[in-house]
Design a protein around this ligand. Structure first.
Ligand SMILES: Nc1ncnc2c1ncn2[C@@H]1O[C@H](COP(=O)(O)OP(=O)(O)OP(=O)(O)O)[C@@H](O)[C@H]1O
Ligand SMILES: [Mg+2]
Length: 391
């Protein structure tokens, strides 16, 4: 998952791009070229990305596809002719050539409003990633929800597992275990024997991670995929790896739940900044609230949308009071789930009883935070995430 070198960026001479028609799921990327060598190269790379590319062999055919294609690849051979038609500005236009590119190609690239100029074969990896993103259907990213414990043992890992399980009623869900010192969310869910990639293998990968490969490689039960730690020893999580996983996760799943580590550092900062919502799980004792208050100040400063889940029963601090002290709106107050430890020990997962308190609390959270089809329900996405999804 090392970042790849992008092709040369082209500055737009006309300021911000005009509105781009939204890409429909059925619209295919277009290659505008009559160059047979370029065509066969692009079709080969498109096959590797798992997408079909339409070919327009002249500018007038290209202009008919111009408003609807999610990506337009303009061959160096037709860039000048297309620029002469002064096509309307739109995002997702790239000029492609072979080997050393002539200087006037950059002028033509400006004329067609291209974002970049790329040469094959040097930019093959970049092109596969660009087309993979189209194949992933990046237009509507799923909702990403971080879950953090206010104090040790508050119940964040259990709630993250329950939330991810409950979210499968809205579509495919991904549980990302970002806490290397936790119990392992596969173990809590009872799927630790399932085959699939864990963080150690994920961290070896290079290049951009596609949503499809994430979906296909992880352990999965029904609509729930899990990314967690290897049983024998841990790998240390790097912020760029988490960024790639969350980015691919939002493209490939309706809901991504992240079990966050309760330690300050770049990993938790990265995750919090990428979450649409962060849920803080807090016990109902004075020490638990005191610890949660510190966690809120240190780890949740960058969260765009914070929610409180309390766990505990009568005799504790009132959930509304905890909410007031922390300055975080109460999402749900749940009492302890009876038989939870037994269910987890037996490998039945935390939601063995669908009518249990934990299941009800998880469903309430899904109802409030996950819209139909898995989009963020109550607030917009962080600007950085939206820009990335749009680029
Ligand atoms: N909803 C619940 N009902 C009853 N018991 C619970 C519940 N949630 C958690 N527990 C109990 O608390 C223990 C710790 O839970 P969990 O691992 O989720 O804590 P955590 O907040 O993730 O802790 P850490 O901060 O160390 O990661 C569980 O093993 C279980 O015994
Ligand atoms: Mg935990």
């Amino acid at each position: 998952m090392r970042p790849t070198t992008p092709p040369a960026r082209v500055a737009s001479p006309t300021g911000p791009l005009a509105d781009t028609p939204s890409a429909t799921a059925s619209a295919a990327p277009v290659l505008v070229s009559a160059d047979e060598l370029l065509r066969s190269d692009v079709l080969r790379l498109a096959a590797a990305a798992g997408v079909v590319v339409d070919v327009a062999r002249d500018p007038s055919t290209a202009l008919r596809r111009w408003p609807v294609a999610p990506v337009v690849l303009v061959g160096a051979d037709l860039a000048g002719a297309l620029a002469a038609t002064a096509p309307p500005r739109r995002a997702g236009v790239h000029v492609l050539g072979h080997g050393a590119l002539p200087d006037d190609l950059f002028r033509h690239a400006l004329g067609v409003g291209a974002e970049s100029v790329a040469a094959l074969p040097a930019s093959e990896t970049w092109l596969v990633e660009l087309l993979t993103d189209v194949g992933d259907g990046a237009a509507t990213p799923g909702v990403t929800i971080g879950v953090l414990a206010g104090s040790g043992g508050a119940g964040a890992t259990v709630f993250a597992c329950a939330l991810a399980q409950a979210a499968t009623t809205r579509g495919a869900a991904l549980l990302v275990d970002a806490d290397p010192l936790g119990p392992g969310s596969d173990r809590v869910l009872g799927v630790e024997g399932d085959a699939g990639v864990r963080w150690d293998a994920m961290l070896q990968a290079t290049g951009r991670l596609s949503a499809r490969s994430l979906r296909e490689s992880l352990p999965r039960r029904g609509a729930l995929s899990v990314l967690t730690w290897p049983a024998d020893g841990s790998a240390s999580l790097q912020p760029f790896a988490l960024r790639e996983v969350l980015s691919a996760g939002a493209r490939g799943f309706g809901c991504v739940v992240v079990d966050l580590p309760r330690r300050p550092g770049k990993v938790v900062d990265e995750a919090v900044s990428r979450c649409d919502h962060v849920v803080l799980v807090c016990g109902l004792t004075v020490p638990a609230v005191a610890a949660a208050s510190r966690i809120t100040r240190t780890l949740l400063a960058g969260a765009v949308s914070r929610h409180l889940v309390t766990r505990g029963g009568a005799g504790g601090v009132a959930p509304a009071e905890v909410s007031q002290v922390l300055g975080i709106p109460l999402l749900v107050a749940m009492t302890d789930q009876r038989g939870l430890d037994e269910a987890v020990n037996l490998g039945a997962g935390p939601l063995r009883s669908p009518r249990g308190r934990l299941a009800r609390a998880a469903r309430t959270a899904v109802g409030r935070l996950v819209g139909p089809g898995g989009t963020a329900a109550t607030v917009g996405r962080p600007v950085a995430a939206r820009l990335e999804a749009a680029s």
